[in-house]
Write a protein that binds this ligand. Structure first.
Ligand SMILES: Cc1ncc(COP(=O)(O)O)c(C=O)c1O
Length: 472
């Protein structure tokens, strides 16, 4: 190794050591196959669905058996492995285009454009569409890929708004004072306030500047959905000339919400009111990749300007075929029973966790479970000791993950439980028993420390406060 490389490694090593000292060092790990999965985002367990797997295999076999041409060249079979290049060069195919048509029509959109990931779809969309002078407003908990898109975007302003907070009344306040913002836990204003202030800008009022409003359909850390109808109304109210463009990231809500898993926008019948949707295939859909649902003009614009589409090798036939067989499954209505079972499991698990919390009454640093009627497969179990709780569950064979700052705002650390079609009520019972044992143990530790609060507990007096850090 040359001296220069050694020096760089020293520098990187020091940065990593500092990160480790802050308890934030990330490491790759392999999930043991015999663990019960309460962690992955495959909410419908489609990637392990035998019917879908069989369909994929026969699609691949049919593709291999079909010669590309009959001229007897050595390159006479289609490629299952690589696409051959960017969509703009040799990586396009009638199959990719027909899949886009199928996806657009299923979700009630005019057009669709595939990306190799939803991350790329967000960076491509936000990085290219907003023009100089435009404004992007985003939910403070928006995904890291939207932050990355905004970072490279030419938009003049990027303004966060308090998570899921639309009107002042909704945040339980009548005036927008510093104190009321502190109570709601966010330093940011609600969407209504941000738009009201923005509407005073002459360029916005006269439609010389466009305003993009970015939200998610289902937030992956809190498991909550957005009040999309209210967002549409608020945008209409403050930007009546129509220069407010709503973008909904449905990475987590596609497959989970709406008829046959069409997503939140379809569930609410807002297809015509949302300017663009970003769907991810890596979560409930059980594959990998992403897509932007938009107008044909926007699609054409992205083909011309979205760098994450232009300068990358497009999806392989195998990836496209995986998405295609899953969409066939959705279109045929076969996913409905899966979603119905998942819904009962969500209700069951929330009920069990809330009962546990009510019965044990731990202090909020030890454990807190919010009582909600959310039909979301993501359930955050808040605790100031997420690593300890997650390790405890893992010791008993349940894969749950600790989620710590900066992925979530400091003070709102948690263990995230993700439910799947493949999970059983018995597994949920066992997980809850394991969590209960940990809570009891923590409570007895606290009791034996007497009534004196530890310094750590004091430090996290702001537990559950929210900030505007990007999520990963
Ligand atoms: C809200 C949201 N958007 C986009 C992405 C990126 O998805 P992909 O894994 O397809 O890149 C994620 C993934 O974690 C996400 O949670």
């Amino acid at each position: 190794m040359s001296d220069t490389k050694g020096r760089l490694d020293d520098t990187l090593g020091e940065i990593l050591a500092r990160r480790k000292a802050r308890g934030r060092l990330r490491k790759l790990s392999n999930t043991p196959t015999d663990f019960v999965d309460f962690s992955s985002n495959g909410y419908l367990s489609l990637s392990t669905n035998l019917e879908i797997q069989k369909s994929l295999l026969s699609r691949l076999q049919a593709e291999v058996a079909t010669p590309k041409d009959s001229n007897g060249s050595r390159d006479s079979h289609r490629s299952l492995l690589g696409s051959g290049g960017s969509r703009l060069l040799d990586g396009n195919s009638p199959f990719a285009e027909s899949l886009e048509d199928k996806i657009a029509s299923f979700h009630g959109a005019e057009a669709a454009l595939l990306f190799t990931s939803a991350y790329d779809a967000n960076t491509g969309l936000l990085g290219s569409v907003p023009q100089p002078g435009d404004v992007i407003i985003y939910d403070e908990l928006i995904h890291a890929s939207v932050h990355e898109g905004m970072r490279v975007s030419r938009a003049a302003k990027k303004i966060p708004f308090a998570h899921s907070s639309i009107s002042e009344a909704q945040r339980g306040r009548t005036t927008d004072t510093k104190e009321s913002r502190a109570i709601s836990g966010s330093k940011n204003q609600g969407l209504g306030h941000v738009l009201r202030e923005l509407a005073k800008d002459e360029r916005v009022a006269s439609c010389k500047a466009n305003v993009f409003i970015c939200v998610e359909g289902l937030y992956s850390m809190d498991g909550d959905t957005i009040l999309l109808k209210e967002i549409v109304e608020t945008v209409d109210q403050y930007l009546p000339s129509g220069n407010g463009y709503i973008i909904v990231d449905e990475a987590h809500s596609v497959g989970v919400f709406g008829k046959d898993g069409r997503g939140l926008v379809c569930q609410l019948g807002l297809e015509d009111r949302i300017w663009a949707r970003v769907l991810g295939f890596g979560k409930a859909i059980g594959c990998a990749g992403g897509v932007v649902l938009c107008s044909p003009v926007t699609r054409s614009y992205l083909i011309n300007y979205a760098k994450s589409l232009i300068y990358t090798t497009s999806m392989t036939f195998t990836s496209l075929a995986s998405i295609d067989v899953v969409y066939d499954f959705l279109v045929s209505g076969q996913s409905e029973p899966l979603r119905r079972y998942l819904e009962t499991l969500i209700y069951y698990t929330r009920h069990k966790l809330c009962a546990l919390y009510t019965r044990l009454r731990p202090d909020r640093h030890t454990l807190y479970v919010e009582e909600t009627t959310l039909k979301s497969p993501i359930i955050p179990v808040l605790t100031a000791s997420p690593r300890s709780l997650a390790e405890h569950c893992q010791r008993f064979g349940f894969m749950v993950r600790p989620i710590v700052s900066p992925t979530v705002p400091a003070g709102s650390e948690r263990v995230r439980i993700c439910l799947h079609f493949a999970n059983t009520k018995k597994q949920v019972d066992e997980l809850c028993d394991v969590i209960e044992a940990w809570v009891r143990n923590q409570m007895s530790k606290v009791a034996s420390q007497g009534n004196t609060e530890s310094l750590k507990l004091k430090e996290i007096a702001h537990v559950f406060a929210k900030g505007d850090k990007p999520r990963l």
